[in-house]
Design a protein around this ligand. Structure first.
Ligand code: GDP
Ligand code: MG
Length: 188
């Protein structure tokens, strides 16, 4: 039963966080293994599909990389619904971007996403820059209190990027399989 379900799996991931914290670069680092200093600003949303192998099957992860710019809010808010994974990013060198995380939670919830049903990974990005304004423990506690997984990362050096995505995808996969199994049980 599990293998048959995995073959058909398609899952939705969104990225949220203030502008310039590194959301697009983190996704690029994970998907392509590269980093660019002058990465083009996300206009509205960037969309891509990543095929990830799980137990010999390839699962489609639909990635919706949302712009943090409020000019694009009317576009962005259409993409929250039906996500199963959330990448929530701030810049450890700019406290305001950490303080914004609760604003991003509210926007997601207000637009149809129940975060308690999602796998949420919080990333404190840009650890390669040495101008830290957010203490690790403070952010870790914030994430833990909400049941979110926490890492610090660098899209530039690649630090923790694979681990974070691996955790996210595994969690999304397990949750989707559980949900499908429940659904199939119900319709049978
Ligand atoms: P987004 O608006 O959150 O999608 O941010 P981007 O991914 O477009 O990145 C914004 C800027 O931050 C770009 O100039 C990137 O090169 C830079 N950047 C992203 N991640 C890192 C990182 O881990 N370290 C450093 N030093 N710069 C980064
Ligand atoms: Mg972007």
């Amino acid at each position: 039963m599990k293998n048959r379900l995995e073959n058909k799996l398609s899952m939705k991931l969104i990225s949220v966080g203030d502008v310039e914290v590194g959301k697009s670069c983190l996704i690029k680092r994970y998907c392509e293994g590269s980093f660019v200093e002058d990465y083009i600003t996300t206009i509205g949303i960037d969309y891509g599909v990543k095929k990830v192998p799980f137990n010999d099957c390839k699962v489609n992860i639909n990635i919706f990389d949302l712009s943090g710019d409020d000019d694009y809010k009317p576009i962005r808010i259409k993409y929250y619904k039906d996500s199963i994974g959330v990448l929530m990013v701030y810049d450890i060198n700019i406290k305001a971007t950490f303080d914004s995380l609760s604003k991003w939670e509210k926007e997601a919830e207000k637009n149809g996403l129940d975060l308690t049903k999602c796998v949420v990974v919080v990333l404190g990005n840009k650890t390669d820059l040495k101008k830290r304004e957010v203490k690790t423990d403070v952010a870790k506690e914030w994430a833990k209190a909400r049941g979110y997984k926490f890492y610090e990362s660098s899209a530039k050096s690649g630090f923790n990027v694979n681990d974070a995505f691996k955790f996210l995808f595994n969690g999304m996969f397990n949750r989707t399989v559980e949900n499908r199994a429940k659904y199939l049980y119900w319709i049978n």
